[in-house]
Design a protein around this ligand. Structure first.
Ligand code: HEM
Length: 475
């Protein structure tokens, strides 16, 4: 939906949506209000004042970069959590929404103008627009990902992007109910999880190592299970990617490291079994520009993050004993349907991608207001999906909400995004995370988790996975 949005929307499906509501702030303060331009008659955007743009940068954007976009920096994350940065960021976004009546707000920044969307109806519009118009390869994102996966789908646009996306969709089983190699992946997970329950405590580092072995076995096959050298190279590239937005492009050292990692993937490729992601990519006919092997960089990046999701899910379950008990009220306990909802709820509270960022590829209009090609468009989904005025009990752990019909397509809750840009690894990633949790809880239950979370109060805005320690007992 492009162009003007209908006026007042009394039957809005979204609580808190202010589409069509009167704008209480018109004409107030330092920001430039929307309204018809005296000369052209066209509506003008709400442009935030310099102070507001600066506040947004200091409380929201800069901390996001400091936490690490392609490789988390645990020490920085802990520090920002301890000083209350997630609350500052939420307060900034709330004040922008209040001041501009929920209308899209244009903020200035180092990479140009960014239109920030804070109303669910605008977010729905964002997901509905075609990727050719509202593209994923935003400037800073491309600079970061060009270090670690220069031929990945995220860095591409136009026909080449579509060809890469089609390959990803097919290999990752995006349109399948279950991945064709699901049974093989379950066996891999079961094998790797055995050694995780041998002691009474499970520190994050052990879980992370197992999750990364699972990741390499799923993407490259058993041949790569113990390839710690590849893991180190990829970690270094991801850490370098964190600096991508402030550099002109990948450094010569980055390029050499990327080449070494890619050469290693090419060594594995001819021997990758047909059940692995790389094996399937090799069997899929595609143009050489698509770079089937190069796509594996992102698959490893995404699957390597599963340990982090599992650690947070189990920590939340340890703090919510009734949710944990309910997992065992099923004939084949633990109930994987319930566990899957727990993983989704964890991702709602602690998304892997906090901000969905796009770039306008052509001049266009939003709510009847024209915007130039090159304008960035940002949905602060991490803020929106835990904001109680939009999602009831937004900062509480309530996995049951994911059993409501349509929940996985609700624009207010989008840990995987929606529409054409939606994560193609959504089902695979959910399956792997759920299955690891299920393996760990099959013969054990969680007795304690550290840090301790209070289930009756708002959960902390950030949860540093590397500090998580779980205690398990045999059931
Ligand atoms: C389970 C946790 C995961 C989460 C929370 C997640 C989340 C996301 C999000 C939010 C996006 C960007 C969507 C947007 O900008 O609208 C994305 C993109 C992507 N994800 Fe995932 N993802 C996960 C797992 C995976 C897995 C396991 C894979 C592959 C093995 C994968 C592959 C991709 C790819 C290739 C893209 C780029 C899509 C494009 O540019 O069209 N993801 N993911």
């Amino acid at each position: 939906m492009s162009g003007p949005v209908p006026a007042a929307d009394p039957g809005s499906p979204y609580p808190g949506s202010s589409i069509g509501a009167p704008d209480p702030s018109r004409g107030a303060g330092s920001g430039e209000p929307a309204g018809p331009s005296p000369r052209s008659g066209a509506a003008r955007p709400h442009r935030a004042g310099r102070g507001e743009s600066l506040r947004f940068a200091v409380t929201h954007t800069l901390p996001a970069f400091a936490r690490g976009v392609s490789a988390p920096r645990p020490a920085v994350g802990s520090l920002l959590g301890a000083v209350g940065q997630p609350r500052w960021s939420a307060a900034t976004l709330r004040s922008l929404r209040d001041r501009y009546g929920g209308a899209p707000v244009l903020l200035g920044g180092a990479s140009g103008d960014t239109l920030v969307l804070l109303d669910p109806a605008d977010v729905e519009d964002f997901f509905a627009r075609p990727v050719r118009e509202l593209a994923l390869d935003a400037v800073d994102k491309t600079k970061i990902f060009s270090v670690l996966e220069p031929t990945g789908v995220i860095c591409a646009h136009g026909d080449l992007r579509e060809a890469r996306r089609a390959l990803n969709d097919r290999v990752l089983g995006h349109h399948e109910e279950t991945h064709p190699s699901c049974e093989t992946f379950r066996t891999v997970i079961a094998e790797e999880c055995v050694r995780l329950t041998t002691g009474p405590t499970l520190p994050y580092a052990r879980l992370e190592r197992a999750a990364q072995r699972i990741s390499r076995r799923i993407v490259l096959g058993d041949q790569a299970a113990g390839d710690e050298e590849l893991a180190r190279w990829l970690l270094t590239l991801r850490q370098e990617g964190n600096w991508g937005a402030v550099r002109r492009g990948p450094t010569p050292a980055n390029r050499r490291l990327y080449q070494a990692a890619t050469d290693r993937l090419h060594v594995y490729a001819p021997h990758a079994p047909g059940t692995t992601l790389l094996g399937q990519a090799m069997k899929t006919a595609c143009d050489p520009d698509v770079d089937a092997v190069g796509q594996a960089h992102h698959w490893l990046l995404a699957l390597d993050a599963i340990g982090l999701i599992v650690a947070r899910t189990l920590l939340l379950l340890a703090a919510h004993p009734a949710e944990q008990t309910a997992l065992y009220n099923a004939p084949h306990a633990p109930d994987t349907g319930r566990l899957r909802a727990c993983v989704l709820e964890t991702l709602r509270l602690y998304p892997l991608v906090n901000d969905l960022l796009r770039i306008l590829r052509a001049d266009t209009t939003w709510r009847g207001v024209p915007y130039k090609a090159g304008t960035h468009v940002l949905v602060p989904i991490g803020f929106l999906q835990r904001d109680s005025s939009l999602v009831p009990g937004g900062s509480l752990f309530a996995p049951g909400r994911w059993h409501t019909e349509g929940a996985e397509h609700d624009p207010r809750m989008a840990p995987f995004g929606h529409g054409e840009g939606r994560c193609p690894g959504d089902r695979l990633g959910l399956m792997v995370a759920t299955e690891i949790c299920a393996q760990l809880l099959r013969a054990h239950h969680l007795t304690k988790g550290s840090p301790r979370l209070d289930p009756h109060r708002s959960l902390p805005g950030a949860l540093n996975a590397s500090g998580i320690r779980l205690t398990l007992a045999r059931s």
